[in-house]
Design a binder for this molecule. Structure first.
Ligand code: IMO
Ligand code: MG
Length: 400
């Protein structure tokens, strides 16, 4: 059984915790897109781990982990994370494999990422991790892949080309030396896509999505998106081999957050937003930026469920709203004075007005008000909820 876990909003839905929890039922956890723009915080109780590149498999269960060809790799980040994993779960850390055809995020991409974003009339507010640039270079055929390090000459030539293309003063030798040293430390983990498929073809795979459907480069709120198909559609190319997906699980918070710029119809700019931010600890796991907060938006959720082929929902952070007397949910939009329940695409998203329904808040998740909220969500979205996360720790989750 192959399952993919994706975010249904603008990222940070708690995918990391969900993947960690579910990984016990699978043989291998696979990352298929994005890079270190992702930040998946996993709370084990005694300590927390923030995953940026290494799949969020539960270290206690010693599961295989694979980083597929669709992921772009910042070697410095990977090495830091490997060290952390090795300290906490030494046996698990030997179970990671990385696709050798994956592209590298080079050290100078970060600064360039910032310059590119600053050149726009309306910046996207990227994570400045060089992700978009790395995928752009890949598409332009100027990318550098892990397997290129089998020969220094190839790397040097590519670095020279990149310096010319982006008009950079690069010390080729220094960059090469730094990358080579890092590469040597992870080279024993490398396999190619065919080998990965052979190893994993009869196993149960759990694909870990990054970002969220609304940040998908094609079906998200373009241009305020990331640079990959981080929705379920990215699995095939990101794994590097056709694979049957049996189930798509979509994760949503009980409210909405967004980090970076772009439209957000239900955003709460005043005190209520600040309250959710504080209670929910809504600060970016990658950049530390305060996340924008707002009410749950069923119109967007319906859209995300539809375009991702989502079969099942998992609700996170419902515990955060338990301090609210009343909450609101967006059930429709008003566009040019007309009420709509569905959006065919997201072109008009920046000019819609949310239509809210007020709901009773809940004191705890066993209360009638909370059951009503979940029923409402299932009804509005048309997909069943399979789990509700009841706290930040991995095992704080209940199956419905
Ligand atoms: P996880 O996996 C939330 C956002 C950035 C920016 C836009 C483009 O933790 O859910 P990029 O650096 O990808 O070019 O930035 O996408 N973004 C995320 N927002 N969670 C993430 O990952 C994100 N990864 C990128 O804030 O708006
Ligand atoms: Mg995150």
């Amino acid at each position: 059984m192959n399952t993919v876990v994706i975010g249904l909003q603008w990222g940070d839905e708690g995918k990391g915790k969900i993947v960690t929890y579910l990984s016990r039922y699978y043989d291998c956890v696979v990352r298929y897109c994005g890079g270190s723009n992702a930040g998946h915080t996993v709370d084990y109780g005694d300590f927390k781990i923030v995953h940026h590149l290494i799949p969020s498999a539960d270290g206690r269960f010693k599961k295989n982990m694979y980083i597929g060809v669709g992921v772009v790799i910042d070697l410095d980040v990977l090495l830091r994370e490997l060290e952390q994993l090795n300290n906490l779960f030494p046996e698990s850390s030997t179970l990671l494999r990385v696709c050798k055809q994956s592209h590298l995020v080079l050290p100078f991409y970060r600064e360039l990422d910032g310059r590119i974003d600053a050149a726009r009339n309306e910046p996207v507010g990227t994570t400045r991790r060089g992700i978009g640039l790395c995928y752009a270079n890949r598409a332009l055929r100027f990318g550098l892949r892990l397997e290129d390090f089998e020969d220094d000459q190839t790397v040097k030539e590519r670095l020279r080309e990149l310096a010319k293309l982006w008009n950079l003063e690069l010390s080729i030798e220094t960059v090469l030396e730094h990358l080579r040293e890092a590469y040597e430390r992870i080279s024993h983990l490398l396999i190619d896509n065919v080998e990965a498929f052979e190893n994993l073809k009869n196993k149960n795979l759990l694909f870990e999505g990054t970002q969220g459907v609304l940040l998908d480069v094609d079906v998200g709120t373009y241009p305020f998106v990331t640079s990959t198909n981080c929705s379920s559609s990215g699995v095939q190319s990101g794994f590097g081999y056709p694979i049957k997906i049996d189930k798509v699980i979509g994760v949503t918070k009980a409210y909405t957050t967004r980090v970076g710029e772009g439209p957000f119809p239900t955003e709460l700019k005043g005190e209520e937003g600040e309250r959710i931010r504080k209670l929910g600890g809504e600060y970016g796991a990658t950049t530390g930026r305060p996340r924008r907060c707002g009410w749950l938006d069923f119109v967007l959720l319906r859209y995300a469920v539809k375009v991702s082929g989502c079969d099942e929902l998992i609700v996170t952070k419902a515990d955060i709203l338990k301090n609210f007397e009343k909450i609101a949910v967006c059930v429709a939009y008003e566009v040019d004075g007309i009420k709509v329940h569905e959006l065919k695409n997201l072109k008009d998203i920046h000019r819609v007005k949310p239509v809210y329904e007020e709901m009773e808040g809940w004191k705890d998740i066993n209360s009638r008000a909370f059951t009503k909220f979940l029923k409402k969500m299932e009804q509005e979205v048309g997909v069943r909820i399979s789990y509700v996360s009841t706290g930040s720790k991995v095992d704080e989750i209940i199956a419905l």
